[in-house]
Write a protein that binds this ligand. Structure first.
Ligand code: SF4
Ligand code: SF4
Length: 73
């Protein structure tokens, strides 16, 4: 997993996360004036965006809990 969510309700549109992301994952939505995930597959989970967000609006999940593997037969 990687960056999962930018909460538009919390986002103030400061663009700090856009500036801090070294992978260019996040862009500003010009219509809504909030940050959005554009290239989530490029996220390297550095969490710089989380650290720099003053509104605590970004969720990055480095290690997702996988469902248990079941075998058949
Ligand atoms: S965790 Fe790092 S690479 Fe991923 S979106 Fe945030 S700043 Fe960019
Ligand atoms: S740093 Fe946080 S508040 Fe600022 S644009 Fe990004 S998500 Fe929104």
């Amino acid at each position: 997993m990687a960056i999962e969510l930018i909460d538009a309700e919390l986002c103030s549109g400061c663009a700090a996360c856009v500036d801090s992301c070294p992978m260019d994952v996040i862009r500003m939505d010009p219509d809504e004036d909030v940050a959005v995930i554009r290239y989530g597959e490029d996220c390297m989970m550095c969490e710089l965006c989380v650290v720099d967000c003053p509104e605590d609006a970004i969720t990055v999940t480095p290690f997702a809990v996988s469902p248990p593997v079941r075998s058949w037969g």
